[in-house]
Ligand binder design. Structure first.
Ligand code: SF4
Ligand code: SF4
Length: 149
């Protein structure tokens, strides 16, 4: 088996790596693989890598989450540790949360980070949508009292 991490190490931020993480092979729905959300892809060895690495579809080759490409997202957002996966889809900043970790996005420091992410994304003309099991929520930026006056 070839680890999933090999392709991602090429373009990740310094110090960031996919090693030991398979969150993007578990959390998203992947139509091309007929994979529902929140279940491992049939080719995934969870926490290890892709058993079909050389044959994986192009979308798997192209995918990089925000944690691995942007060190502005703190180390505490490491997907395999948090059960949360952050990535961009055009104007949409998407956050997928493992339903078994459903409380994590409402607790600190992640809750405050999400508000900041929403604020930055909306300032850039985008929006932030969070998915957790059956929950779909648009995260609205925090508007301070000072900003409203
Ligand atoms: S979720 Fe991110 S860090 Fe984890 S394997 Fe996928 S791209 Fe790499
Ligand atoms: S084919 Fe491989 S890289 Fe793509 S989702 Fe499945 S396990 Fe992950």
């Amino acid at each position: 088996m070839t680890p999933h991490s090999l392709s991602h190490d090429v373009s990740g931020s310094p110090g960031r790596s996919c090693a030991g993480c398979t969150a993007c092979c578990v959390l998203p729905e992947i139509g091309a693989l007929q994979k529902p959300a929140d279940l491992p892809c049939p080719h995934c060895s969870v926490g290890q890598g892709c058993r079909a690495y050389d044959l994986r579809p192009q979308l798997c080759r192209d995918f990089l989450c925000l944690w691995v490409t942007d060190d502005a997202l703190g180390a505490h957002w490491q997907p395999s540790q948090t059960g949360m996966l952050v990535y961009r889809q055009g104007a949409q900043l998407t956050v997928l949360v493992d339903p078994s970790r459903h409380g994590i996005w409402r607790s600190e420091p992640h809750a405050a980070d999400l508000l900041q992410m929403a604020q930055k994304t909306e300032a850039e003309g985008g929006y932030l949508i969070l998915f957790c099991g059956e929950t779909v929520e648009r995260i609205r930026p925090f508007i301070s009292t000072a900003a409203q006056t």
